[in-house]
Ligand binder design. Structure first.
Ligand SMILES: [Zn+2]
Length: 154
């Protein structure tokens, strides 16, 4: 049993070394890169000190950029609720500039007492649950936040 496993490991080692050797000889750029990486580096002390100082600063900058990158949902800036196309911007985690666009012609709709009206094509959309427009926008904002929370946004 032990003899079999030694034979198998010898075969695997031979195959792997053969494959690596073949890759090394077949792909010239890889062999050139390996040769380049094996070259000694002669560096002045000031260059070495500069690298020692710059490397942690670079790592801190990269970590800061990753930590402060915009979340994915910042790309989620439009959706359709209650037959109206809503567009908005994100400022930090808040929704800003929420506007209602006509689903037919994408013109910004005018708020009426209990709904929205398109001055361009004449489309009229009444509020679904009959709230005021401020309430309607509040409902839409909460629906947007819900979709973000449950990750059901585009
Ligand atoms: Zn319209």
């Amino acid at each position: 049993m032990e003899k079999k496993s030694k034979i198998i490991s010898a075969i695997i080692t031979a195959v792997i070394s053969g494959v690596i050797s073949e890759i090394y000889t077949t792909f010239k750029p890889i062999s050139l890169l390996i040769n380049f990486l094996q070259e000694p580096v002669i560096l002045k002390m000031w260059g070495f000190i500069l690298i020692i100082i710059a490397l942690p600063i670079f790592v801190i900058i990269v970590m800061y950029a990753i930590a402060h990158a915009d979340p994915d949902y910042f790309k989620y800036t439009s959706d359709n609720f209650y037959d109206i196309n809503w567009h908005w911007n994100w400022y930090e985690n808040s929704i800003r500039n929420l506007i209602a666009l006509c689903p037919k012609c994408h013109y910004q709709m005018t708020q009426e007492v209990k709904g929205y009206y398109c001055d361009k094509c004449g489309k009229k959309i009444a509020n679904q649950y009959n709230p005021s427009n401020a309430e309607m926008e509040s409902i839409v904002e909460r629906m947007i936040h819900q979709r973000v929370r449950i990750k059901e946004y585009i």
